[in-house]
Structure formats: C-alpha cells, structure tokens
Design a protein around this ligand. Sequence first.
Ligand SMILES: Cc1ncc(COP(=O)(O)O)c(C=O)c1O
Length: 442
Amino acid sequence: MIRPAAATPPANATAKHSNAVDDRPGAGGFLPAVGLLALDRQYAALREEIRAALDRVCDTGRFVLGPDVTDLENELARALGVPHAISCASGSDALLLALMSLDIQPGDEVILPSYTFFATASAVTRLGAIPIFADIDPATYLVDPADVQRKISRRTRALIPVHLFGRTADMDALLPIARDAGIPVVEDAAQAILSTWHGRCSGGLGDVGCFSFYPTKNLGGAGDGGFLTTTRDDVAQRLRLLRVHGMEPRYYHQVVGINSRLDSIQAAILRVKLPHLDAWTTARQSNAARYMELFAQYDLEGRIAVPADEPRGRHVWNQFVIRVADGQRDALRAHLTACKVGTEIYYPVPLHMQQCFAHLGWAQGDLPHTERAADETLALPIFPELEPAEQRTVVGRIAEFFRAPRTQPPVQAPAETSALPEQGPHFLRRMKAVGRADDVRC
Ligand SMILES: Cc1ncc(COP(=O)(O)O)c(C=O)c1O
C-alpha cells in the first residue's frame, strides 16, 4: 500500500512554518516549495495533547477497542448526528463490513462509480458480488444518477455512492432510485466526514456510511482506521458483531465475521483531533474560495476548470481538483513538480479499466466521463494549514505554465482572513498542467 508523503515544508522554514517568498533571481516571487500535505503542521499544534493521550493509553495497557474507542464512537455519533458510530480497522474494512451486514452474496450486483479509490469496488468483489460501474457527472465527478438508474437490474442488491473529494453525491436523485428498486444505500464517505446534504451529515443519509481515518483524510489518525455510521439498530448490532469475528459472548461465534478493530492509540489521537475538525473544515473551505479568487485573477479561461458549486450541501474539500484540457494535464504536473509544488492524480486508471477487473468485460469507451476525468484531473494542495502565500505560488506556477497574464489585482489581505462562503466556487473553464508522484493517495 502506498504511504503518505513526508511533509514538504518550505526550504526556508523556521520554527513556525515560513511563508517567506523566495526572492532569488529567477524565482519569480514564488515560494521554493509547496507540499501536497503538511501533516507535521497539524502535529506541531497538537503535539503535547497527543503525547499525553498516548501516555494515557500506554499506562492503561488497553490497546484494542477499550474506553478510548467507545468514547470516540460516542463523540463521532454526536458530531455527525447519527445514533450509531462503529469503529473498525480501516475505511476499506468499513465498506466490506457494510456489505457483509447487508448480506451481500456471491453473484449479487452492486452499483458504484468507477471513478473512486479501489476499496469501493474490492469490498464488492471480495464477497463474490459483481461491481456494476456507473459513469460520473463530469461537473462534479460524482456518480451520475441517470446512469445508476439505467444499470438497476433484477440482480441489483445495493448502491454505493461515493462522496468523492469531500462533496456529497446527489442524494436527492439517488435515494429515490434505491428506494424504488428496494435496495440499500451504502455511502462511501471516506473522503467526506462532516459534509452535509440539506443540513444532514453524509453517512446518515443512506443505510450505512463508511469513513476512513487514513492520515490524508480530513480526520486522519497515525495509521489505518475507519468507522461506520447507521441509523438502523439492526445493522449497528450486526456490524459490532462482524468486526470481532462474529463473536458474542467471548469464544462463541454466531456468524463468520472478520478481525477489524480500532486500536486504542488511534482512538486516543483521533479524540484529540475531533474537536478541531470543524475549524479545519472551514479552513479547507476558505482555501478553496481563495483558489477560486486567485484563478480568477489570471486569464486561464478555457484551459482549466475549477470545482462546481453545490448549494445543497457542505463540501469539505478533502481534495481540490482542477481539470486540465487539451491533453496538458501531465505536462502541467511535470512543471509543478519541477517547481516543487505537490500534486496528485485521483485517479489515473478508472476501476473498470483495472487489470484485476479485466474478467468483468469492461472496455475503453464504456464510461466516457470517467475516462476523461482520469486523463484530465489534478489535485492541488488544500490542507487546512496551507498559507495564502503558498496558494499564490501554486496558482502563479500554473499561470506560468500557461503563460497566463494576471488580469486582476492580487488578493488583498482581508480576503486571506475573511469568512469565506461555505460553498466552493465554480467553473472557471479548463487549463492544462502536471505534477509529482507524492507518496500519497486517498
Ligand atoms: C473513496 C474511498 N473509499 C475507501 C477508502 C479506503 O479507506 P482506507 O484507506 O482507510 O482503507 C478511501 C481511502 O483510502 C477512499 O478515498
């Protein structure tokens, strides 16, 4: 499995991370480097609390499940406004457990997008069920309800919308489709903790919600971890059983489950971080709005597209993804890499084109919007501690690639601290670009 990137602080970083501009000749007023992530900044702010929490767990010697895990589950349930939050060992396991709890069987069909992380589909195939891939809406990268509707069959047993990049899928359209088909909805909310739809948190909209604590996520641990949410008491009970080998009471196994428990050390760290999640999310939203303002200052019309607005919910910006037109994505990424600006491609190969799923019989051209997104999208740094000067560097480097002149004055200081709109900005059109293969994925 790919591991998270080491943070890439500016080369001239001081005790607090520096946003000093590189004024060496030829540097063009840009910072010497901007990382895709800087997890060290978050840790620096919480270091003492996290160390105390680790000590507490080590002193008790209770390392698996235990009081910190129970407390974290209760705090998550409160934060998300759901009756049940059940932790497990990863977001991938959360998806597997969700489908197990819904009794998905070999040969059952499960509809999901192809434009997502691998775990969404592997949970289906590990149970012997068949992933039926649906295309995406090209403006949001989220599963297209019309294509979902087309793919419902007599064998469909579940639907997995993915709230990709931190934006909730179109649940207004998807929930009625699932209801009419009589199938449950498993929300893959791994990238979307605290995102909402008409004011309700993702994960509480369908039958089961699946979340990840992978370190790159908005609420990331110091290793793997995940959790599930549900409003259904029967499903919650089954999930709690399935994550401990179906064992209740001890050494009496009612069903065959898996071993998927959250470590107390992870729970203790996550409990330190959870109270900050809302502020971190607001910082991500502010960063997204600042990118929109910065992009608007350059004449990039027709070269790049920025994320579309969604008035129906809160986008939590796990990723800020631009679309680069005219086959320029990889070249732009290479330019940004050369300038030490971290980027990532989520995802270069759609799942229906993955080698391990070749036997399923999908072909190039089956999901055109998905395939085009895989060729054109590029994720930029969006983490909460990102500095305005770093964002100016990212956008300036992109403009430099396109030789786009600045058409508006730079963002003024108040815009860097102002309360920015909850919803992100929208379509700027398309540009071109490329980046570097940070050891990061989501
Ligand atoms: C959309 C999506 N689903 C599932 C997962 C799996 O989560 P994990 O890495 O915790 O297993 C991830 C992240 O890795 C993801 O981004």
